[in-house]
Design a protein around this ligand. Structure first.
Ligand SMILES: [Zn+2]
Length: 242
C-alpha cells in the first residue's frame, strides 16, 4: 500500500479496517474462502500447510511487507494454506471483494499485488530447495533471522510447536537443534522461555538461502518499483501512510 499513488490508494482506503491479532490467531483456514485480505502493520504470520497425517509445516512467513490472502485477487479458489499468527500484532483488513475490484480497476494496484505474489513464489521455490538439502540447524537459523527481520527488538516469543512447524520435524529434534544454536551463541538463555536473538552468530550459522532470498526480493522490488507512477501501471515507493 505504501507504494501506491494516492488516487489508487483511495480505492482501498474507505474499506480498510484496523484490527489486532494475538499469537495463534487464525486469519484464514486452509480450504476456506478468503473473506478478507490482511495487511499486517506489526506481528508475524506463518503460512501453514496441513497434511492428512496430522503434520503441519510452515511454508513462508509474512510481516508488514505483505498481504495475507492476496492470492484471492487472481481467482476464487479456496485458501491453499492456513495463515496463523506466530507473533501478535495488528493489521489493516479489507474485504477480498473490494481488493479484487481495486485490482481490476487500477493498474498500480494490479502491479503491486502481482509483484507481491511474485516475491511469495520466489520464497516458496527457495524454501522448497532449502528443505531438501540444508541441515536442520542452518534452516532454523534462517527462520529465526526471518522472524527477527519482522519484529521490533531482539526478543522473540515462539512456541515449541511453531518451531517444529518451521522445520517440519518432531519436538525432540527442535530441542536438540535449539541446544546446538544456544551452544553456538545464537540464542541467549531466557528463564521466561523467550528467544534472545544474537543476530551476528545466527548469520554465521544460517544457510545461504537467507541472503539469496533477501537479495533476489530486494532486486525484484527495486527494479519493479523504481519507475515513476504513470499510465503504464508502474508505481514508485513513498513513505508508508498506513
Ligand atoms: Zn537453505
Amino acid at each position: 500500500m505504501a507504494a501506491l499513488p494516492p488516487d489508487d490508494f483511495d480505492l482501498l482506503a474507505p474499506h480498510l479496517q484496523r484490527m489486532s491479532f494475538g499469537p495463534d490467531a487464525v486469519l484464514v483456514r486452509m480450504e476456506e474462502q478468503f473473506e478478507h485480505v490482511y495487511f499486517p502493520i506489526s506481528g508475524v504470520v506463518a503460512f501453514l500447510v496441513e497434511m492428512s497425517d496430522g503434520h503441519t509445516v510452515a511454508s513462508t512467513l509474512m510481516g508488514s511487507e505483505g498481504a495475507v490472502g492476496a492470492l484471492s485477487v487472481l481467482s476464487s479458489l479456496r485458501s491453499p494454506v492456513t495463515a496463523t499468527a506466530y507473533v501478535a500484532g495488528s493489521a489493516l483488513r479489507i474485504p477480498s471483494s473490494k481488493l479484487k475490484y481495486a485490482f481490476e480497476q487500477s493498474a498500480a494496484v494490479k502491479h503491486v499485488l502481482r509483484l507481491h505474489l511474485g516475491t511469495q513464489l520466489l520464497q516458496l521455490q527457495n524454501v522448497a530447495a532449502c528443505n531438501a538439502v540444508h541441515p536442520v540447524e542452518c534452516r532454523m537459523a534462517r527462520w529465526l533471522l526471518e522472524l527477527h527481520d519482522r519484529v521490533a527488538g531482539d526478543v522473540i516469543q515462539l512456541t515449541q510447536e511453531a518451531l517444529a512447524q518451521l522445520l517440519g520435524v518432531r519436538r525432540t529434534t527442535v530441542t536438540l537443534t535449539m541446544n546446538k544454536l544456544r551452544g553456538a551463541g545464537c540464542i541467549k538463555p531466557d528463564r521466561r522461555g523467550l528467544l534472545n536473538i544474537e543476530r551476528t552468530q545466527l548469520e554465521g550459522i544460517a544457510c545461504e538461502c537467507y541472503g539469496v532470498m533477501r537479495g533476489r526480493i530486494d532486486r525484484m522490488c527495486s527494479q519493479e518499483l523504481s519507475c515513476e507512477a504513470g499510465g503504464n501501471g508502474k508505481v514508485s515507493m513513498r513513505p508508508s501512510e498506513a
